[in-house]
Ligand binder design. Structure first.
Ligand code: 13P
Ligand code: SF4
Length: 326
């Protein structure tokens, strides 16, 4: 049991406020805090957020915010990025254990060796990395701007891309650039499979498959649209299509349904039991954040992201290069 869970258990015994929504809103005002939430958070958290977005939108929101405190409802690397971009602000997140298979699968020591094996390469890191990996990178990118970042690098320059090999392969195909790929994957997006998406497309004539580029190639091959979480949401709003088969984390469906209430959204997860019980397209890391933990973190102002100033300075450089590209 994590420290957060122990605290939650203790507090639950003491009893939490009856109206958690009101209590969170009140604490937020008192603390002069802003709540940033990723699309993969539970619907209740999304509804309480000041800004909901993908990792790029949230990084920009963190940078621009004038609030004293940023409550980051997302995973650890996202909260870390907010701290790197706003070092003077207090950045807290509901559950410090909200990790990411990509960030955790790319340890610093091994990445240093990987870099040494590919001397002369420019390092482009997906934002789903720890601050230590960002500090070892030349550029950071998100799924929303990765193509633009790669295209901004001179053609003759060899590139290392990490840690998501699926996104790397997709980018290589899109840009025609050869890249050395770190062999990481997202545990959520790698579960989608070709057989299931073909089955769903056949069962739903006229439906379109929309997919996040962290999915594997046999799934992306059949996608009518591939994009970041925000790009997928925008696409479903603009498109005249009525039914979408969605190959990304289930949390985004909340905003898709809100934005287009008359359209149908089908989860592309391999074994759809019910949306609530099927873990197949659920990011367990994201879902560690709960309304109760959000309340506690605002009440106690922890867990807090703390990074050494030298690490912040080193990790800022590749992020600022990304921001400059647009
Ligand atoms: P986005 O950049 O689309 O928010 O993706 C982040 C992520 O963790 C996808 O799994
Ligand atoms: Fe990481 Fe995948 Fe979860 Fe995104 S969905 S936070 S990439 S584990």
């Amino acid at each position: 049991m994590s420290a957060n869970d122990t605290l939650l258990q203790k507090t639950t015994e003491e009893s939490l406020p009856e109206d958690l929504f009101a209590a969170i809103e009140k604490l937020k005002r008192e603390r002069e805090a802003v709540i940033l939430a990723h699309y993969y958070q539970d619907a209740d958290i999304q509804d309480l957020a000041d800004t909901i977005g993908d990792s790029l939108v949230l990084a920009r929101a963190a940078q621009k915010s004038s609030a004293k405190v940023i409550v980051f409802c997302g995973v650890h690397f996202m909260a870390e990025t907010a701290k790197i971009l706003s070092p003077d602000k207090k950045v807290i997140l509901p559950d410090v254990n909200a990790g990411c298979s990509l960030a955790q699968g790319c340890p610093k020591e091994e990445f240093v060796k990987f870099k040494a094996e590919h001397k002369g390469h420019v390092v482009v890191s997906y934002i789903n990395t720890t601050a230590a990996i960002k500090a070892l990178s030349d550029y950071v990118c998100t799924s929303g701007n990765a193509k633009a970042v790669i295209e901004a690098i001179p053609k003759e320059q060899p590139i290392i891309f990490g840690p998501d090999k699926n996104l790397g392969r997709y980018l290589s195909e899109q840009t025609g650039r050869k890249m050395v790929l770190w062999p990481g994957t997202c545990v959520v997006h790698e579960t989608f499979n070709e057989r299931r998406v073909l089955e769903l497309l056949e069962q739903n004539p006229g439906a379109e498959l929309i997919a996040h580029p962290e999915c594997e190639e046999p799934v992306l091959r059949h996608a009518h649209y591939i994009g970041s979480t925000k790009a997928m949401l925008d696409y479903t709003q603009k498109s005249p299509v009525q039914t979408f088969i969605v190959a990304t984390e289930i949390g985004i469906l909340h905003q898709m349904r809100k934005a287009s209430p008359s359209k149908n959204f089908i989860v592309a997860a391999p074994a759809t039991l019910t949306e609530a019980s099927c873990g197949c397209s659920t990011c367990e890391y994201m879902k560690l954040n709960t309304l109760e933990k959000l309340y506690l973190c605002l009440r106690d102002m922890r867990p807090e992201i703390e990074l050494a100033p030298e690490l912040i300075a080193a990790a800022q450089k590749p992020i600022k290069r990304m921001v400059a590209i647009g």
